[in-house]
Design a binder for this molecule. Structure first.
Ligand SMILES: *Cc1c(COP(=O)(O)O)cnc(C)c1O
Length: 395
């Protein structure tokens, strides 16, 4: 049986998204900047997609900028806010300790250029409060950037409350909503969001296309110089097919948001409940404020990588956490941020569901995972020491 449980890393494209893409690869392939009629048809598709994405987010069309993905949108949002801040002599940024690397590495670059960054503590349960944000803002703060939902442990942050704090204190607020959009309600107006990043491939659209929403009046600076595309904020011939597909995927996800979330949550809770019976394990992330499709555990006495390889042999595609850290031996910064020692952080397993996940697949995972964990523990000398009382259990 083949069971794909790595939807936080990327998703399968929906039929609607694939169908939306084909005309712009096949018959309407002109450059949308061209003056001939095929070019104008491509341009119309681009503007229809922009209007549709705007409507899904509660934004205006002229606040939507298409990018190459979530990472680029994060970079552009943060660097733009830093430029705006620097012009006013404000060089302090507030963020959290468990952001995606697209945010953390951009902030590290700014720190080298003289900015100071406050990394809010996310505590044991892996979340922050709006009060922490309020307490961190100073006269020097030019930007608050907090993710909407965490890509590893699935915590959903109190974005509307953080947005209200930022609006009251007149500080720009950016959110990396890559894991949230298409999965839980997001409305930039109601939530007082000034800038937002999203990515097509996290909600059944294509890879390599994303969106930066920037509220009217926020002066974006461009990362890529060239032509006048995207109102001179992002040069380069537009990825028309990808953009049309992103818009179709977002429309479909938005139209079925509640029913999909209910279905996915029921399977998620079944999986969490079953895996909780594995001794010396812990569910990570906020129990209550959690993405519908996220399950994340640490199992004591296990190497996450060995677990993934064995699960793959059983046809289960999972992850130890973020796709960006796998391949490196450093433990996840997210798991260290919630207070796990290295030993525990190394034994992580992230299972992320989608509306295509079936109950049969979850039952299969519940059958296989406890067996595989037991098998790995039986081979581990550290585990033997623990069961013989020579070493203490941590969980
Ligand atoms: C996937 C992801 C990104 C990066 O998006 P890309 O489109 O792959 O560049 C950024 N932030 C979060 C939270 C993500 O999950």
């Amino acid at each position: 049986m083949q069971v794909y449980l790595d939807n936080a890393a990327t998703t399968k494209m929906s039929r609607a998204a694939i169908d939306a893409m084909i005309p712009y690869l096949d018959s309407v392939y002109a450059n949308p900047s061209a003056l001939h009629s095929m070019g104008q048809r491509a341009k119309e598709a681009l503007e229809e997609a922009r209007a549709s994405v705007a409507a899904c987010l509660g934004a205006r069309s002229d606040e939507i900028y298409f990018t190459s993905g979530g990472s680029e949108a994060d970079n552009q949002a943060i660097l733009s806010a830093a430029m705006i801040g620097a012009r006013k002599g404000k060089k302090h940024i507030v963020t959290t300790a468990f952001e995606h690397h697209a945010v953390l590495h951009t902030l590290a670059k700014l720190e080298k250029q003289g900015f100071t960054v406050t990394y809010l503590d996310v505590g044991r349960k892996g979340n922050i409060t709006a009060q922490q944000v309020a307490d961190a803002i100073t006269e020097e703060t030019c930007l608050v950037t907090t993710m909407f939902a965490n890509n590893e442990i699935g915590s959903v942050l109190p974005i509307a409350e953080i947005g209200a704090v930022c609006r009251e204190r007149k500080v720009l607020f950016h959110t990396d909503a890559v894991q949230a959009v298409g999965h839980i309600p997001v409305n930039v107006g109601q939530m007082n969001i000034d800038m937002l990043s999203l990515s097509g491939h996290k909600f059944h659209g294509p890879k390599g296309v994303g969106v930066l929403y920037a509220r009217k009046g926020v002066a974006l600076s461009s990362l890529i110089e060239g032509g006048a595309q995207e109102r001179s904020r992002r040069a380069g011939t537009e990825n028309v097919a990808g953009i049309a597909a992103l818009a179709a995927a977002l429309r479909e996800a938005t139209d079925h948001l509640e029913e999909n979330a209910d279905k996915v949550k029921a399977l998620r809770d079944k999986l969490i409940c079953g895996l909780s019976h594995i001794p010396h394990s812990v569910l990570n992330g906020d129990r209550q404020y959690r993405l519908p499709g996220n399950v994340h555990f640490c199992f004591e006495g296990i190497e996450g990588e060995s677990l993934l390889l064995l699960l793959d042999e059983y046809g289960i595609e999972a992850s130890s956490g973020s796709a960006c850290t796998s391949g490196s031996l450093d433990p996840s910064h997210v798991l260290l941020a919630i207070g796990h020692p290295h030993e525990i952080a190394h034994g992580s397993l992230r299972l992320t569901l989608s509306e295509y996940t079936t109950e049969e697949e979850i039952d299969y995972a519940l059958d296989v995972i406890p067996q595989v964990v037991a098998r790995l523990r039986a081979m581990s000398p550290i585990w033997r020491d623990k069961t013989e009382g020579k070493k203490a259990f941590l969980l």
